[in-house]
Design a protein around this ligand. Structure first.
Ligand code: ADP
Ligand code: MG
Length: 463
């Protein structure tokens, strides 16, 4: 007996001890801080105690995963302070745990629940304008389109459905269409990864993680847009992983979009990547000429339906836009709107060279037009020498081309008036202003002038 008391004394004493769960809880509060404690640890109950391990009760799988992935080590070390012999903890999911339920009910302030609901619902709205009917199908998006339709016809057949592709190619449109189609008979949650994070952080700050979790778990169709946003965000990935798993376990249909395939999502946990690629992965490619043409034709129809008049667009202009726009459908639609608006404002049918300027403006990162080029092209066009064009002579055959070149320098470059003046043999900026005004007026009144300016513009902007 004497020998026993000579054992390292603290261990001997603590081994005898039965855990006092209330004081363990108090230690949790002190070690983790009240926020984490009241969101998470407060709800853990002690189910069973053994000499070397304890079984702790939590309400849901999510709670268990969350707590083990973040706090398990620290929980163990806190418990060890109360009973040193404990070297392992196990969690048991106990949905009916009454003490847990009571504490949740006591904690949930109904006002907060509706607040979180409202704030999520604010951006959970599906856009009725983005539906399957107005999604134009071509070679590049056919597979994504068919997959989207398929999961609508049969939920969880492909789970998750992962659609990836570059910007402006129709990912959000497709996701929204799925949401619309399914929302009649299902509880659909549609959110961007960015919004998901915003809501997540807000819920942590406001101690509403339980509500947050419950809210997202209610969906049986969970659609998350732009998942690449979670790259490099550990906390968010953790939360997404658990949400994903919970929903997946409940056989909810999950639909995800991304700007790249799952295996290219760098700085994303492997376990998430593997979940993401576990269903059907399809890509949405860049539109070809035919698809761009169909989209333009559809936009013209839409315009006719809304405004009861046709946009003034010549066939060659439509063709030019389909051929020369970038492979980005959002941009194509932007250009279309712009061309139509310009046409309406200038009260004339736009030409291909007008479109070149509009496109140029949009792609202003592409080639830069130099004043030298404008001068060369213009003097060639009128068969005069560059020296003559820049000379002080005021005869009309020299002065008009000079004014046109100044005008074009103003319209096609971002040079200031004084800079332009300097490039024209050090003329004053007021001379440039005068030139711009004169040509603007002549374009209005003189067909020949308008044609010449258009031709010049397209010569300058070509190649
Ligand atoms: P992403 O999410 O891939 O960046 P969006 O879905 O936001 O692209 O699409 C950009 C714009 O192009 C939206 O206005 C969308 O309605 C339109 N759009 C994209 N693809 C199509 C399509 N196939 N048919 C009709 N409109 C489309
Ligand atoms: Mg999008």
């Amino acid at each position: 007996m004497e020998k026993v008391s000579l054992k390292p004394n603290s261990t001997a004493l603590l081994e005898e001890k039965v855990l006092d769960w209330d004081s363990v809880q108090k230690s949790f509060d002190q070690s983790f801080g009240t926020e984490i404690y009241s969101s998470w640890l407060k709800h853990i109950s002690l189910v069973k105690e053994f000499n070397d391990h304890v079984i702790l009760g939590v309400k849901t799988r999510f709670f268990r995963d969350w707590i083990t992935s973040r706090y398990a080590d620290k929980i163990l070390s806190v418990i060890k302070k109360h009973k040193l012999s404990i070297n392992r903890i196990e969690f048991k999911i106990e949905p009916e745990n009454s003490s847990y339920n009571k504490s949740i009910i006591n904690n949930v302030n109904l006002g907060q629940v509706s607040e979180i609901k409202n704030s999520v619902l604010n951006y959970n709205r599906l856009n009725p304008a983005l539906n399957f009917n107005n999604f134009i199908v071509g070679k590049s998006n056919n597979l994504s389109f068919l997959s989207a339709k398929k999961i609508c016809a049969q939920l969880s057949r492909y789970n998750p459905l992962f659609i990836y592709g570059g910007v402006g190619l129709g990912k959000t449109h497709l996701l929204n269409s799925i949401g619309l189609e399914l929302s009649q008979k299902n509880k659909v949650m549609f959110i961007s990864a960015e919004r998901f994070m915003y809501q997540f952080i807000k819920s942590i700050k406001k101690n509403e993680m339980v509500n947050f979790k419950d809210f997202f778990r209610k969906a049986n169709v969970f659609i998350i847009d732009d998942i690449q946003f979670i790259r490099g965000k550990e906390g968010l990935q953790e939360e997404f992983f658990h949400t994903f798993n919970t929903l997946f376990d409940q056989s909810a249909q999950i639909v995800i979009s991304s700007d790249r395939p799952p295996n290219k999502l760098d700085r994303v946990q492997d376990r998430i990547k593997s979940r993401l690629s576990g269903g059907l992965v399809v890509d949405i490619g860049a539109p070809d000429y035919e698809l761009k043409l169909s989209i333009l034709r559809k936009k013209i129809l839409d315009y006719q339906n809304s405004f009861k008049e046709s946009p003034d667009l010549q066939e060659e202009v439509i063709d030019y836009l389909a051929k020369n726009s970038n492979s980005n459908i959002r941009e194509l639609i932007g250009i279309f709107n712009r061309v139509v608006a310009f046409g309406k404002m200038s009260k004339k049918s736009l030409t291909v060279s007008d479109c070149k300027i509009i496109l140029k403006d949009i792609y202003n990162t592409s080639k830069v037009v130099s004043i030298d080029k404008i001068q060369n092209v213009t003097s060639n066009f009128f068969s005069i020498s560059l020296a003559e064009m820049l000379s002080p002579r005021r005869s009309r055959p020299l002065a008009r081309p000079r004014q046109m070149a100044m005008y074009l320098a103003k319209k096609l470059t971002s040079r200031s008036l004084p800079e332009i003046g300097r490039k024209f043999s050090n003329r004053d900026h007021t001379t440039v202003i005068h030139a711009v005004k004169t040509i603007d007026k002549l374009i209005e009144s003189n067909d020949e002038m308008r044609k010449n300016v258009e031709e010049l513009k397209s010569l300058i902007l070509s190649d």
